[in-house]
Design a protein around this ligand. Structure first.
Ligand code: C2E
Ligand code: MG
Ligand code: MG
Length: 698
């Protein structure tokens, strides 16, 4: 066995041996000497320290005590193999004196020394390393699990776009099966635009370490899908050829939600047309574009006539069907580049851009388009098999540059549309600045009118009513507004404005209150206590729930005899909800209040309703009175009204009597009560009292 190490007996090298022994004894690894029977015949200091045995104790131990896992029954064959291969290394467990096991790495050497054979074992405690290895293993397992748990897809890709690895649970989202991807380039597997995004992400990550937020769109068998890429450069990679981790997250659902939100925000849900918000945006763009190219454009404001009736009678489903069809027809009449928007309800707006460089040509062209739309929408619709005839009112406003704001432009088109409505509907009208002036004055007046009642700017004037002997019967109370700047404003101007809002309720309330207060004053005086006071009541005011109760309260509060109060109603009061109106009128009659029908002959003048209404008086409108002496028709009309009132047992009064001729004719025809400038204009109460015969005040 010449290849076996054999230590020569030490005699001349005594000191060298001692040095070796010292080194062995103080080495930082455990050293054991076993004899051929596996008995421990030497253990160094480190071995004692680590295991807890003393040197003497070791001399009673065998390998089986130190390494409980060693198959001691195979010692012979181990010994033999060691002799053949004198240095062997392996890992095993050693046992401490307290029974605790710990991992060791052992290098076993066969040594023959002074005729004795030994197995010299060098053992290193590898607890630390084992622990690290275990941790690493767990960490790797975790990482592996993590990769598999990636909800979408994760790739390892080279800088040039070659797939190195693919992980993740969403194989259905891959452009090709996982195994087919590896080794291929994104440029081969993805559409050009998507591949380019990936390459850009990689380049960005190469520069800065990471990239995120880029999105790609892929058409997969299940439909269009969106992915968001997050890329990180692997830090431990070699600088020359770095690899990147690419996380591809499926954001299709988010994209769909975003689109849905955008649609909701900018498009009308029913027709899919742009809504007001988007329209305003496009209008702004159109105006600024027009500044640059000097072209004229136009805004068409379109409203369906009597749409509400269709909705109310046939239901909203029919209304929706009509709106859908209207949307389609309008779109059909304009270019694809034009915007057709729905503002809500039955209101549509068409924005026609870049029509012409000349205003006049633009007007002509726009008029043609508007007329085409009007005609198209006037053609009968078939809604669920039912034919329906509709018409639109279209207001048009041209624009050039951005002198007017988007809001003003729309408002002007809207005003023009209202003009169409006012003049019989189913037409097209261009915005005209004079009309705007009227509207602006009107809205300024409305704003001021809000201060009229609280500001004490209203006054009540009284106009005499007389009998055929020209004796005073009473007066009509007529409201006046003394505007702090504009002076006196006629009720013809402000009452219609007040009637468009609830302002008329405040004004009407004030008038009734003031009139009752006046009646209370008059009741205290013998000369005035028999005068009646006629008060105009607006339709809105009359229809207020609790109107009758309100009158009752007033009469009670002021201790006024109800017979002194006369309410003047107009035909507009009875136009709707006849039953409610009749019931209220009866209640007022029972109270003792009298009722007069004002402006008779100008409204519906339907005889059928006259029969049903418990009226006391009919007031012939001044327009008939004015012309009756010169216009035969008006005279016939006045005669007919007088005859009819007689038939119904009502009394009749003529208003607007200005001349003796009118007075005489009226008297001749049988009308015996009058009101008009011939007797007096409406005047403040002090002046009114002066009109009464003086003896009445004695
Ligand atoms: P109305 O109730 O038909 O009042 C008659 C109007 O004719 C009054 O106009 C009166 O000044 C005017 N008038 C009377 N005699 C003559 C005449 O001989 N010739 C001419 N050319 N006109 C005459 P006013 O005071 O401007 O009132 C206009 C309308 O305003 C009233 O018409 C009434 O509808 C409304 N109004 C006035 N005061 C009130 C009110 O307190 N409440 C409500 N709801 N409406 C009122
Ligand atoms: Mg009146
Ligand atoms: Mg009148």
């Amino acid at each position: 066995m010449d290849n076996q190490p054999c230590v020569e007996p030490a005699n001349q090298m005594e000191s060298q041996l001692q040095l070796s022994q010292f080194a062995m004894e103080n080495a930082f690894i455990e050293i054991y000497w076993l004899d051929s029977h596996a008995r421990i015949c030497y253990a160094n200091k480190q071995a004692c320290e680590i295991t807890g045995y003393s040197k003497d104790e070791f001399l009673h131990l065998t390998l089986a005590d130190l390494d409980p896992n060693f198959p001691i029954d195979q010692w012979e064959s181990h010994w033999a193999s060691l002799k053949l291969k004198p240095t062997q290394s392996f890992e095993t467990l050693h046992r401490r004196k307290n029974g605790e096991l710990f991992p060791v790495e052992v290098v076993a050497n066969y040594v023959c020394f002074e005729g004795h054979e030994y197995n010299v074992g060098y053992a290193k405690d590898i607890s630390e390393r084992k622990l690290t290895e275990e941790r690493l293993k767990i960490s790797n397992q975790r990482f592996e699990a993590l990769l598999q748990a990636v909800p979408d897809l994760m790739f390892e890709i080279t800088k040039d776009g070659y797939y190195l690895n693919v992980w993740g649970g969403r194989n259905d989202m891959l452009a090709a099966p996982q195994h087919q991807l590896i080794g291929r380039c994104v440029k081969e597997t993805l559409p050009e635009a998507a591949a380019q995004e990936v390459m850009l992400s990689l380049a960005e990550a190469d520069l800065t370490g990471h990239s995120s937020g880029r999105q790609i769109k892929l058409l997969l068998p299940q439909g269009e899908c969106w992915f968001e890429l997050s890329v990180a450069k692997q830090s431990n990679d070699n600088i020359k050829d770095p690899a990147f981790i690419v996380l591809s997250r499926d954001i299709t659902a988010r994209k769909l939600a975003e689109e849905e939100i955008r649609n909701l925000a900018f498009y009308d849900a029913l027709t899919g047309l742009p809504n007001r918000r988007l329209l305003m945006d496009r209008l702004r763009l159109a105006l600024s574009l027009s500044v640059r190219n000097n072209y004229y454009g136009a805004v068409l404001f379109l409203d369906l006539d009597r749409f509400k009736i269709l909705n109310d009678t046939l239901g909203h489903d029919y209304g929706d069907l009509l709106l859908l069809e209207v949307a389609a027809r309008i779109q059909h009449c304009v270019r694809e580049t034009d915007t057709v928007a729905r503002l809500g309800g039955d209101e549509f707006v068409v924005l026609l851009e870049e029509i012409d460089e000349h205003a006049e040509h633009t007007s002509q062209k726009v008029a043609l388009i508007a007329e085409k739309i009007r005609e198209s929408l006037s053609t009968p619709f078939s809604l669920n098999g039912n034919e329906y005839q509709s018409t639109p009112s279209i207001g048009v406003c041209l624009y050039s540059g951005n002198e007017v704001s988007v809001d003003t432009l729309l408002k002007h088109a809207d005003m023009a549309m209202y003009q169409v409505k006012g003049s019989g509907r189913n037409g097209v009208r261009f915005f005209d600045p004079a009309m705007q002036q009227i509207v602006e004055t009107r809205s300024a007046l409305e704003a001021d009118l809000r201060h009229a009642v609280p500001g004490g700017q209203l006054h009540l004037y009284y106009q005499l009513q007389v009998d055929e002997n020209l004796q005073a019967l009473g007066a009509e109370a007529l409201v006046r507004w003394i505007h702090p700047v504009k002076g006196m404003i006629s009720p013809m101007q402000f009452i219609p404005i007040a009637e468009e809002s609830t302002l008329i309720l405040d004004i009407g309330g004030w008038v009734l209150d003031t009139a009752c207060a006046q009646l209370a004053l008059w009741s205290a005086n013998a000369q005035t206590r028999l005068l009646t006071l006629a008060v105009n009541v607006s339709a809105q005011q009359f229809k207020q729930p609790g109107f009758v109760e309100h009158i009752t309260d007033l009469l009670l509060a002021y201790h006024v005899d109800p017979a002194r109060l006369k309410l003047e109603l107009t035909e507009s009061v009875v136009l709707s909800d006849m039953n409610d109106v009749v019931a209220k009128m009866h209640a007022l009659k029972i109270l003792g209040v009298s009722l007069s029908m004002d402006d008779f002959g100008t409204g519906y003048s339907s005889l059928s309703y006259l029969k049903k209404l418990p009226l006391d008086q009919i007031k012939i409108d001044q327009s008939f009175v004015r012309d009756m002496t010169i216009d035969q028709n008006d005279q016939v009309m006045v005669q007919a009204i007088i005859g009819m009132t007689k038939n119904f047992g009502l009394n009749v009064i003529a208003e607007g009597v200005e001349t003796e001729a009118q007075l005489n004719l009226l008297k001749h025809m049988g009308c015996l009560v009058y009101q008009g400038y011939l007797f007096s204009k409406p005047v403040p109460v002090e002046q009114f009292l002066k009109l009464l015969p003086h003896e009445q005040f004695n």
